[in-house]
Design a protein around this ligand. Structure first.
Ligand SMILES: N[C@@H](CCC(=O)N[C@@H](CS)C(=O)NCC(=O)O)C(=O)O
Length: 209
């Protein structure tokens, strides 16, 4: 039987949590076996490793299972962090951005994306809330410097970028004419990077042997 020593990443190409995990793994030079899944038909092997059934999930060669995207990022950066994505002096600020993203921004993003499921406000109202919570504060910082924490990219940029990208894509025409010029530049730069392009390759759905 062919055995593999590579860590296994259960992933879904378009999932923003999986994107941030793939970004960190690729940046850290960690080779993984990517198992692309379908959310509506999760493979038994994924559910066995992580019964909660979300992606990304990383199964290490020693059997350890990392089932949160941030844990996977942190693990990858602990292996190798060649350009200093994670620096102790910025850690509190990084955590604050990530918490705001994964909590209230993600909630508003879902409401903005699926307003019919959230009739308490209109789509434009959800968007306006998200703007004041996240887009405007990001814009303010990015007018001062090219990345959220400093002159160079950090894991906060990488953790947030897939979500801001998803937000932008709900109504691209709106995003492109909105007064968030620096944010647009930040997103465009990260999205156009070789790193991001390299983690967005089309994948065929994994089938167990
Ligand atoms: N807190 C988790 C959230 C991951 C998550 O919610 N992933 C979504 C896809 S983007 C998922 O797998 N949802 C399960 C489903 O739709 O059945 C993490 O950071 O990894």
């Amino acid at each position: 039987m062919l055995t593999t020593e590579l860590p296994i990443l259960y992933s879904y190409r378009r999932c923003p949590y999986a994107m941030r995990a793939r970004l960190a793994l690729r940046y850290a030079g960690v080779t993984v076996e990517i198992r692309e899944i379908q959310l509506r038909d999760k493979p038994a092997a994924l559910l066995q490793a992580s019964p909660k059934g979300t992606v990304p999930v990383l199964v290490l060669a020693n059997g350890q299972v990392l089932e949160q995207s941030l844990d996977i990022m942190a693990w990858a950066l602990a292996q190798q962090d060649p350009e200093g994505w994670r620096q102790p002096q910025f850690e509190t600020e990084a955590q604050a951005w990530i918490a705001r993203n994964d909590g209230p921004f993600k909630q508003l993003l879902d409401r903005y994306k699926y307003p019919e499921r959230h009739p308490a406000a209109t789509q434009a109202e959800w968007r306006a809330e998200a703007e004041s919570l996240m887009l405007a504060p990001m814009e303010q910082v990015l007018q001062e410097r090219p990345y959220l924490l400093s002159e160079s990219p950090s894991w906060a940029d990488m953790a947030l970028m897939p979500f801001v990208r998803q937000f932008a894509r709900v109504d691209l025409a709106w995003f492109e004419s909105a007064p968030h010029v620096a944010l647009r530049g930040w997103l465009g730069g990260l999205e156009g990077s070789d790193l991001f392009q390299s983690i967005m390759d089309k994948q065929t759905v994994w089938k167990p042997d």
